[in-house]
Design a protein around this ligand. Structure first.
Ligand code: NDP
Ligand code: 8X3
Length: 257
């Protein structure tokens, strides 16, 4: 399908997981892609793959969303045809640890808040004024079930995703009167590198998160993101929660075996 031909989509955190799957799903719809993450080599490989599979036009750039000056410089340096972002997918994010707050690591709190909240703000601030000026655009944040329910040890990660929900609702209000759409897509358990990152590289511990149940895939979320972005222009799917069938809440999952 080519529903998104002539559409420029920026995906942050496109080097893995949900962001990467979004890049593929938007490429399959004929979109042109701006792909950003810290691991530039992965983005380059992905761009080559999408060019050969879908003929996708892609511009990749290294971006650490926590680095405000770096975000400013990266956007200033974009070649002209890539300055007009139509769809922004604010996906870059992470959880670190599941420690009790009173035992938490302050540097990990900062990493989560700087990435999930401040990074999302920095990128949004660079992109949205152009959308308003052109009268066209859609901001899609990847929130989380963790932005709707707190769970033990989720403290700062949950707070960061509650902030994403608040910012989604706030941006929706601030853009009222413009044609710009604002959405949050909030998944429950998705099997990606998320838990490997959360448990600081402990693969065994990460695998246990998804043991005995069929978790969502990154592609499931990408499918929803593309769906949200392809509704008629007057329709704004503001909030979407997606859980595996085997998950009923942040703390309630049904596991076999
Ligand atoms: P992955 O770890 O697989 O991917 C995370 C992506 O974010 C990577 O591409 C990484 O790229 C990028 N990223 C992390 N930090 C930065 C940074 N400072 N600057 C730029 N990019 C960064 O995890 P997921 O795909 O699962 O996570 C994507 C989003 O989905 C996150 O916001 C997460 O909170 C959310 N989410 C995940 C769920 C899950 O169960 N997996 C459920 C609900 C929400 P690189 O390292 O190359 O910079
Ligand atoms: C990531 C999923 O359940 O660990 O947002 O909060 S969860």
């Amino acid at each position: 399908m080519t529903r998104l031909k002539e559409t420029v989509v920026l995906v942050t955190g496109a080097s893995a997981g949900i962001g990467r799957a979004c890049a593929e799903a938007f490429a399959a719809e004929g979109a042109s892609l701006l792909l950003a993450a810290r691991r530039l080599d992965r983005l380059q490989t992905l761009a080559g793959d999408l060019a050969s599979r879908f003929g996708t036009k892609t511009h990749v750039f290294a971006l650490d969303v926590r680095d405000r000056a770096g975000v400013d410089a990266a956007f200033e340096a974009l070649p002209d045809p890539w300055k007009t972002v139509d769809i922004l997918v604010n996906n870059a994010g992470l959880g670190r640890g599941l420690d009790k707050l009173q035992e938490g690591r302050v540097e990990e709190w900062e990493e989560m808040i700087d990435t999930n909240v401040k990074g999302l703000l920095y990128v949004t601030r660079k992109v949205v004024p152009g959308m308003v000026a052109r009268g066209r655009g859609h901001v899609i944040n990847i929130g989380s079930l963790a932005g709707r329910e707190v769970y033990p040890g989720g403290n700062v990660y949950c707070a960061s995703k509650f902030a994403v929900k608040a910012l989604t609702r706030a941006l929706k209000m601030d853009l009222l009167g413009t044609p710009i759409r604002v959405s949050t897509v909030d998944p429950g358990m998705v099997e990606t590198d998320f838990s490997v990152v959360r448990f600081r590289g402990d693969q065994e511990k990460a695998a246990k998160v998804y043991q005995g149940l069929k978790a969502l895939t990154a592609e499931d979320i990408a499918d929803a993101v593309v769906w949200v972005s392809t509704r008629p222009p007057h329709v704004d799917v503001t909030e979407m929660v997606i859980l595996p069938v085997a998950q009923a809440s942040a703390t309630l999952a049904h596991r076999k075996g």
